[in-house]
Ligand binder design. Sequence first.
Ligand SMILES: Nc1ncnc2c1ncn2[C@@H]1O[C@H](COP(=O)(O)OP(=O)(O)O)[C@@H](O)[C@H]1O
Ligand SMILES: [Mg+2]
Length: 304
Amino acid sequence: MNYLYDFDIPELEKIHRGKVRDSFRVNDKQRLIVVSDRISAFDSNLKNPIPSKGAVLNGIANWWFENTRHITDNHVIKMIGTNAMLVKEAVPIRVEMVVRGYICGSVWRGYEQGERTFSGAKVPNNLTRNAAFPQPILTPTTKEKNDRPITPDEIVAEGWTTAELYKKMSEKALALYDFGSKVMAERGYILVDTKYEFGLLDGKLILIDEIHTPDSSRFWSAKDYEKAPAKAAQIDKEFVRQWMLANKTTDGNLPNTLSNEVVAEAILRYQHIYETLTGESLKWDENGDALQQLRRELKKEGII
Ligand SMILES: Nc1ncnc2c1ncn2[C@@H]1O[C@H](COP(=O)(O)OP(=O)(O)O)[C@@H](O)[C@H]1O
Ligand SMILES: [Mg+2]
């Protein structure tokens, strides 16, 4: 099977190995972001790749970057094959701009404990699990070893960015979320929450990193949500998590390897999301060699 899991590009310096993506230095002004087929669940990286997941995530991010240019400039220079993107090197603002339309995850856990303010955003009483907020809220976190919720005032006071830039970032983040949720709704999905990162390029604010992918966002099925809001779950990953919980190892730990059936199901789900969203079928050669394909494209572009 064709997949990208652990790999190097000896001609390029690897500057960052994330859970799912690897970043390489191309030159002062450009970096290469390669999306692998790694998957993480419950905060740990699983041992099996999900073949084509990287192509799906990279394709989805590219699609959104292209379709949100009316809202913000971004870092994309061009796609390199299916799994990689050549981007402009920006000075990153070390804040994750999290936008939430619905109460779930960590915010729901805090809410159950009585919290009503999240990163400075006040939320009403009487919300039920997975309910929509009256309007989307911004709950920024800092990008540190452990992400830390932070209020807009603290962001400025601690010098993460200026008040003026923060204001721009919040306007852009909310506008992106608004546009993203409308587009997803037309395709039967709910964009539950997501996060954006921004950077400065020659002093100008641009969107960097990734946008509206299942790794940076929660997607629910609108149909499932209508049927049972409290049970709505992430369409790409929840069944992986459920399988892991149901298949603990003999010492009671979560497995770090998935069954072939779960991998096959995950492939189908990711490809389905890609196709529903972009309206195109995924270009992916099951019998190809993702790394060789990437190297060919990089040579064609004169990058290696
Ligand atoms: N255009 C860009 N310029 C500079 N840094 C970027 C750009 N795009 C993304 N980044 C940074 O690259 C890193 C990518 O890491 P990521 O793949 O998300 O791994 P992790 O699992 O550590 O979050 C992030 O720190 C992000 O801010
Ligand atoms: Mg990241």
